[in-house]
Every structure is written in structure tokens, then in C-alpha cells.
Design a protein around this ligand. Structure first.
Ligand code: ASP
Length: 336
């Protein structure tokens, strides 16, 4: 039987950081160096290809970097890879993983991982996370699940995963539904599946500019209006189930007539609702003014979906259907 072949791509991040002359850590390790540092990998019965694609902190990766990376991955998947592992800064995994998930229609798993402790620290988690990610990428159990995030032996769906703590090694969680599975004695065990898998084409030209604006106590809406003027689409992270201050309404109504405005919750988990509250600025008021509910999709992922949907030329109705499907509260079959 042919051995599984996994491509490991390095983008930088804490997992690849070493101490510089100032005594602080910066990204420097290559994909080969990361692979060489994993105990037991040589005996795992796998073939590993490596690619050092970027050497950046997570904060400096761009949407264009990930789109370019996906183009490279697509070319290499044609050569018979079982799966792909991407190592990167954990700061932006929530977004890069969901972007890859939306771009990737194929059966091979794309698994994103990183580390919270850099390689110079006691108990560095990079090697264990990389080994776990490689095992998931090589596993038949992970086929057809799109893009996954693997850290601390948990397997998360890109659509759900959140970074929930700034330093804990157990930072990655899936608050809306839980992880898809776990590593048990080195094997990927899937205990949970998402309904539907949704993809959109990679943008070819200019990326739409999508603003993300968070509702805060007493905000009169003028800054939101300023942001909206500079963008092609806006995600609002509202209070609770999708509420904004009443003084926003005239401006938000005007903005919503010009560009798509997607309503999410700033709480970090749970859905925006549709028809429970009836006061001015409530979720039902905002949806009545044409805002698009994101369901269970968090603000950061909603921004990525809106960007790809606009880049693909989807209209207001199609974008609403996409959010209903991806947000988990509407028919998964209506994906445009
Ligand atoms: N703390 C981050 C990490 O875990 C830094 C980064 O995102 O580059 O990698």
C-alpha cells in the first residue's frame, strides 16, 4: 500500500520563532526545521514534503498571501498528496483557516496548526501540534471535511474555531457545537460533523474592502458611518443577539441601501436572532432594514465570507442565502 504523503507549509508564527539579538522571538525556522524537530515523525510511516512559503507573524499575513498559497496547494494536490498541513501564527488562524475552507472544494484535508509557546520555552507545544496536524492530514477520517484546525489534540472545523485566550495552550475552542474530533493515541477520531460544505471561487482581481465595526456603549454611529464610507461591505458586531444603539439607525439605513451590511454578535458565541426583540436597533428592526443575519458565524469569519461573496459577484439575495447556510440557521442547500 502507498504511504500517505503530506505537504507541510510554513508561514511563520510562534511555532517557528527563535530568539534574535534583542532577546525577543521572531519567525525564522523553515518548514524543514519544524519537521526535523518533531520526535517520532520519522517512524510514523509517512512521506513529508516541505515548503517554506512565508516567515511572518500571524498579524502580518494577508488575504492575498493565503489566496496565493491556495493556488500553490492546488497545483501540488494534483501530484497525489494525501493532505496538507500549514504552520502559522495562531493570532490569525481563525481567519486564514476559514478562508482556506471557503476556497477548497477538494477531498484532501488542509490542516492549520501553530503553537502558543515558542521553541525556546519549556513545554513548547509546536512539535506535538505539528505531529497531531500531520496525523490528521494523513488520516482517511479527515477526508471531505475541508479545512481543519488542530491544536492541543483537538480537531476544529475552520468555520467554528475561535482563539479564546491570548496565552493558554488550550486557546482554540469551538463554542458553537464543539470540536469535530480529537487525537486519541495518535489517531484522528471524528465525533461530530458540520452540515454542508461551502466554497466560493478565489478572487482574481482587486479584493473587496470589508469593514468590521463593533457596537459599544453610547456610540452615536458617526464613526461607523465613516468606516462604511471607505468599504464595499460592512460587518457589524452588534450587542448580544444583534442589537445596536438607536442613534445609528438613520446612518445604518443609508449605508445598508448602498452596500451589504452583515449583522453578527460581539459576544464570541451564540447566534444573532431574527424576531425576538422589537425596539429600534433590535435584531428584527435591523433585518427589516435589509441587514443580513450571520447566524452563528462570528464577525471575523463573516468578514471573510462577505469578501469572497462580493468578489464572486454575488447579489444581496445570494449573499443572504450564503450567510443562512454558513451561519447554520438556514437551508444548507441554498448556498449560491
Ligand atoms: N502568538 C502568535 C502565535 O501564536 C504570534 C503570531 O500569530 O505570529 O503564533
Amino acid at each position: 500500500m502507498q504511504r500517505p504523503r503530506v505537504l507541510v507549509v510554513a508561514l511563520g508564527g510562534t511555532i517557528a520563532m527563535t530568539v534574535d539579538q534583542t532577546g525577543r522571538v521572531t519567525p525564522s525556522l523553515t518548514a524543514q526545521q519544524l519537521v526535523d524537530a518533531v520526535p517520532g515523525l520519522a517512524d510514523a510511516g509517512l512521506d513529508i514534503d516541505v515548503l517554506s512559503f512565508r516567515s511572518q507573524p500571524g498579524a502580518s499575513l494577508t488575504i492575498a498571501d493565503i489566496i496565493e498559497l491556495y493556488g500553490e496547494i492546488t497545483r501540488r494536490l494534483g501530484g497525489g498528496l494525501t493532505g496538507v498541513v500549514i504552520t502559522q501564527g495562531t493570532d490569525t488562524i481563525e481567519e486564514t483557516a476559514y478562508l482556506l475552507d471557503l476556497l477548497h472544494p477538494g477531498p484532501q484535508p488542509i490542516v492549520v496548526t501553530g503553537a502558543m509557546r515558542n521553541p525556546t520555552q519549556a513545554g513548547a507545544d509546536g512539535p506535538a501540534n505539528l505531529l497531531a496536524a500531520i496525523r490528521v492530514a494523513a488520516s482517511p477520517a479527515a477526508r471531505d471535511l475541508g479545512c481543519l484546525v488542530v491544536l492541543a489534540d483537538d480537531i476544529h472545523a475552520a468555520r467554528r474555531v475561535r482563539k479564546s485566550h491570548s496565552t493558554s495552550v488550550a486557546t482554540f475552542v469551538s463554542p458553537n457545537g464543539g470540536p469535530l474530533g480529537h487525537l486519541v493515541e495518535g489517531s484522528a477520531i471524528i465525533v461530530n460533523r458540520l452540515p454542508g460544505r461551502h466554497t466560493l471561487p478565489a478572487p482574481r482581481d482587486r479584493l473587496p474592502r470589508i469593514g468590521l465595526y463593533t457596537a459599544t456603549l453610547g456610540d452615536d454611529g458617526s464613526m461607523m458611518e465613516g468606516v462604511a464610507r471607505a468599504v464595499d461591505g460592512l460587518v457589524v458586531a452588534g450587542f448580544g443577539v444583534g442589537h445596536v444603539p438607536e442613534p445609528w439607525l438613520p446612518a445604518l439605513t443609508t449605508v445598508g441601501a448602498r452596500i451589504p451590511v452583515v449583522l453578527t454578535s460581539r459576544t464570541g458565541s451564540g447566534p444573532v436572532l431574527a424576531g425576538t426583540y422589537g425596539f429600534p436597533g433590535s435584531e428584527s428592526d435591523l433585518l427589516g432594514r435589509g441587514m443580513i443575519p450571520a447566524g452563528l458565524l462570528d464577525p471575523y469569519k463573516a468578514r471573510i465570507l462577505l469578501m469572497l461573496a462580493l468578489a464572486a459577484g454575488r447579489d444581496h439575495e445570494q449573499i443572504s442565502a450564503a450567510f443562512a447556510a454558513a451561519g447554520g440557521l438556514g437551508p444548507v442547500t441554498d448556498w449560491p
